[in-house]
Design a protein around this ligand. Sequence first.
Ligand SMILES: [Zn+2]
Length: 143
Amino acid sequence: MLEVIIIIIISVTIYRRVQRRKQEGESGGSQPAVTTAARPQQRMRNTPAKNAIQEAREDGNNTTAYLMEKAAADAKEHAREKREEQKRLYETRGGLAVAERYLPENEIPRGKKCVICGYCGAENLIPVSPGTRYSCYFCREPL
Ligand SMILES: [Zn+2]
């Protein structure tokens, strides 16, 4: 829940920033052009979230910058946990990747196909030409 709130705060902050930029226009901006030109590499490498954090800090919004940094760290941690969970599942199922669930109300995404599990009958989404073998998302039987 806290994550959701932080993400909303970030979205609102970024949205406001974009709106402000638009209002300032390209020529009337308060930032000298030199600032941007001096570090184009850095600007391009940074993610929008990192840029927003840096800008918040430059503007003196240290609390906002802290919250955004924390949210970014939380998101990273969450992604890492997810990867580890996937890896654990992969290893416990003898090298089978777990298929995605197919919801009948959704279209089948490009490059995917729907496979009915022979054991439980669940509808699974797997790549059309899978490089690895998949197991059913529901019962984990090989597809
Ligand atoms: Zn199954």
